[in-house]
Ligand binder design. Structure first.
Ligand SMILES: Nc1ncnc2c1ncn2[C@@H]1O[C@H](COP(=O)(O)OP(=O)(O)OP(=O)(O)O)[C@@H](O)[C@H]1O
Ligand SMILES: O=C(O)c1ccc[n+]([C@@H]2O[C@H](COP(=O)([O-])O)[C@@H](O)[C@H]2O)c1
Length: 197
């Protein structure tokens, strides 16, 4: 049975952490389906079109031997259930979907939109995130609402989009994403330089 990883991200902006996760998924799944989306729990995100384009650049920058990671903007929805239903329509019943989440949101996923229906469609793959241990109580809570959980064996770097937004540290993103941010003047990078002078 084909195994497909589903990885939705705010990508605001995509970081080297997202890239490490994608690299690992590429080696462990037949296909990796990626989309940028609005997060119903977050406010004031960069317009989705920019985040989608940055995510495409971060994927292209990976240059991996297996050509199995694809950006699917048409699947994007603030509710992952809607995305999972669209993916099921697209790839049919004979595939196994794993929804990829970082351990920082493991405790939150039980409050997602119609979580029981989502968990009937997908397994959950938890990526350990430094500073966010995987709690037995969260695994039990997810299990109670029908979650089938696996834990990924990778060490992602301790980086986040919010750290980039705060510090504008280029080492957290890829060169192509950095160029894009400058071209579009996202995250006030130009003002940042002027105010630093
Ligand atoms: N460095 C990382 N290690 C482990 N998981 C990560 C890492 N970066 C992102 N993730 C996971 O990838 C998914 C998408 O993350 P997201 O795009 O929100 O990045 P973020 O760095 O958490 O953003 P922000 O800092 O704006 O909240 C989430 O499930 C998140 O937990
Ligand atoms: O379906 C939901 O209720 C839901 C609630 C919060 C987050 N999500 C999705 O979770 C994914 C990861 O979000 P983020 O902001 O951590 O990258 C992203 O695709 C969001 O749309 C989905």
């Amino acid at each position: 049975m084909e195994k497909i990883a589903l990885f939705g991200t705010s990508a605001d902006p995509p970081t080297v952490g997202h890239q490490t996760i994608l690299h690992w998924l590429s080696q462990h799944y037949d296909r990796v389906v990626v989309w940028a989306s609005d997060n119903p729990f977050k406010k004031h995100q960069t317009p989705l079109i920019y985040r989608t384009e940055m995510l495409g650049l971060a994927i292209a920058d990976l240059n991996l031997p297996r050509n199995n990671i694809n950006l699917h903007p048409e699947l994007s929805d603030r509710y992952t259930l809607v995305t999972a239903n669209k993916a099921r329509e697209k790839w049919g019943d004979k595939v196994e979907f794993s929804l990829v989440i970082g351990s920082d949101i493991l405790g939150q996923i039980t409050s997602w939109y119609r979580i029981g229906e989502l968990l009937a469609q997908v397994k959950v793959l938890v990526v350990p995130r430094l500073g966010y241990g995987i709690k037995e109580a969260d695994l039990c809570a997810l299990n109670k609402v029908g979650g089938k959980v696996a834990i990924a064996t990778l060490n992602a770097p301790k980086v986040s989009s919010s750290t980039y937004r705060l510090e504008k540290d280029n080492s957290l993103i890829t060169p192509a994403v950095n160029n894009y941010i400058w071209q579009k003047n996202l995250y006030n990078v130009e003002n940042q330089v002027i105010s630093n002078k």
